[in-house]
Ligand binder design. Structure first.
Ligand SMILES: Nc1nc2c(ncn2[C@@H]2O[C@H](COP(=O)(O)OP(=O)(O)OP(=O)(O)O)[C@@H](O)[C@H]2O)c(=O)[nH]1
Length: 169
């Protein structure tokens, strides 16, 4: 999620407006369009991003294993205070799951980032992911001295839906 100042090499211009505490926050969303599979996403793509959503597919171990490499790279190349969220997508197909929720939680805890499982198919937690990012960015932009800090991880933990675990019951 960044301001669109780069040449339009990648998909640019997918905007999403989220209302946070009565204020409209416009997010501009950049999708890496497949390059991530080849680790060819240029630094310029995410160097100036204010927030990064890292998605893996809960039915694909390689996508999960890649996350560690991305977190390392982001640590080196992205903005120092970039907001990161780890998302385990395809939570609707739990019968094909190879990565448990606990594995996602553990990785997220190790890197100190919020985590939730999502489904682009059912919409589970999708709005929440954008809302949480927008809340954090709005909070940072208008932060007043003595204002209690917004705890992104706590917010996500309190709001996220968990996939129903027992579709076979
Ligand atoms: N069941 C299910 N299928 C999904 C979900 N999200 C994506 N898919 C499917 O997974 C496939 C890949 O989705 P994409 O959105 O193209 O994935 P991507 O990683 O962005 O792929 P690139 O655009 O090539 O980078 C498509 O067939 C989607 O319909 C989900 O939450 N649940």
């Amino acid at each position: 999620i960044r301001e669109c100042v780069l040449p339009r090499r990648g998909p640019c211009g997918s905007n999403k407006v989220v209302t946070v505490d009565g204020m409209r926050v416009k997010l501009q969303i950049w999708d890496t369009a497949g390059q991530e599979r080849f680790r060819s996403v240029t630094h310029a793509y995410y160097r100036d991003a204010q927030a990064l959503l890292l998605l893996y597919d809960i039915t694909n171990k390689a996508s999960f294993d890649n996350i560690r490499a991305w977190l390392t790279e982001i640590h080196e190349c992205a903005q120092r205070d970039v907001v990161i969220m780890l998302l385990g997508n395809k939570a609707d197909v739990s019968n094909e799951r190879v990565i448990s929720s606990e594995d996602g939680e553990t990785l997220a805890r190790e890197y100190g980032v919020p985590f939730m499982e999502t489904s682009a198919k059912t919409g589970m937690n999708v709005e929440l992911a954008f809302l949480a990012i927008a809340k954090e960015l709005k909070y940072r932009a208008g932060r007043q001295a003595n204002e209690p800090s917004f705890q992104l991880r706590d917010y996500v933990e309190s709001q996220k839906k968990r996939p129903s675990c027992c579709s076979f019951l």
